[in-house]
Design a protein around this ligand. Structure first.
Ligand SMILES: [Zn+2]
Length: 335
């Protein structure tokens, strides 16, 4: 029987229970050997491509991690989580994400034959909801802000399983599979440049890398945050900074004001001897256009990583070597 373990007090809980965090308030630990978790739930997954390109005169590799059934890397996490829940006999779940995580959880719930409820703020645009709705998932629109939605889903989670991409360790364990693919393709990686919001990609990849590689061979994690929402950048660098506000944040997928796992995220970046880079909206827009003009059709949030890579290479706070930039979501989703 698989158990979830509290990060704070060590208390253990069944993975198929109603608790999504410990009674003491602590979150559940991400497994140390995530790659040992397997599932037979399938939607035709492939190993995602690694594309060699040039950026500011340096050779870099784009990991095209939007080559997934629902069009984003979140499918890795949703696949393992819903696969394990299916095996445990869970027949209905709740989740709160209007973006890629919601689409991934809805798709794999459909594949698993599990009823899916997605909680969203009332103001969420209908374009973002249509992919989720196509699976037969039930949408619950909650009036008020994101916090109101968060309260509503936690209330619903008293009776139904909360299949959260933030709290559930299985989601992170599924994301860890990206580490295995990267090591198969490159053997030695010096730096991984990736966007960070709630940290599902960063923490998943880090736990996967640590399972495969010896400590001396671990790459540096270069995490990218975007103005106007950058709490991880502020905490990592121990400084605060004023930002202009924007009506349309291109990187809304990583605009998380209070990431639940912020301490774990910062510890992972420090352990990797990495860094947190900040980008602004103009830099994201420029990177987005540059990638689109190369035929690489990503969603706007995904352009934060290559924009951060440009700032990082210009800073020369890098030993170069093999640099991987992860592209997380498909542009086709947002038409
Ligand atoms: Zn606890």
């Amino acid at each position: 029987m698989m158990k979830f373990e509290c990060l704070k007090c060590g208390k253990k809980y069944p993975h198929d229970g109603k608790m999504f965090k410990c009674n003491c308030g602590g979150l559940f630990k991400i497994p140390e050997k995530p790659l040992q978790y397997k599932t037979d739930l399938e939607l035709g997954e492939v190993k995602t491509p690694l594309l060699k390109k040039e950026l500011l005169g340096h050779e870099i590799f784009y990991k095209l991690d939007y080559y997934h059934p629902s069009g984003s890397f979140k499918d890795r996490g949703a696949r393992l989580m819903l696969g394990k829940l299916k095996n445990a006999g869970i027949d209905e779940i709740v989740e709160d994400s209007s973006g890629n995580a919601g689409a991934a959880v809805a798709a794999y719930s459909a594949a698993a034959g599990i009823d899916c409820n997605i909680f969203l703020p009332e103001a969420t645009s209908s374009a973002k909801i249509s992919q989720i709705q196509s699976t037969g998932a039930i949408i619950h629109k909650i009036s008020g802000d994101r916090e109101a939605t968060s309260r509503a889903v936690k209330k619903a989670a008293r009776n139904k399983y909360y299949a959260s991409h933030i709290y559930n360790p299985l989601f992170f364990a599924g994301v860890a599979t990206i580490a295995k693919e990267l090591i198969e393709d490159l053997k030695k990686i010096d730096e991984i440049i990736l966007p960070v919001g709630n940290g599902s990609l960063l923490l998943g990849i880090w736990h996967g890398l640590k399972e495969i590689l010896a400590k001396d061979n671990l790459p540096r994690l270069i995490a990218v945050q975007a103005e106007p929402v950058f709490p991880i950048w502020e905490k990592f660098h121990s400084k605060s900074r004023k930002s202009n506000t924007y009506l349309n944040n291109l990187a809304e997928g990583i605009a998380i004001k209070e990431p639940a796992r912020i301490n774990e995220i910062i510890n992972a970046i420090k352990e990797s001897k990495g860094d947190v880079i900040l980008v602004n909206q103009t830099e994201i827009k420029n990177s987005l256009k540059q990638l689109w003009k190369q035929g690489i059709y990503i969603e706007p949030t995904s352009a934060a990583a290559p924009a951060g890579a440009i700032n990082h290479l210009k800073d020369k706070n890098t030993s170069f070597g093999n640099i991987v930039i992860i592209l997380t979501g498909s542009g086709l989703k947002y038409n």
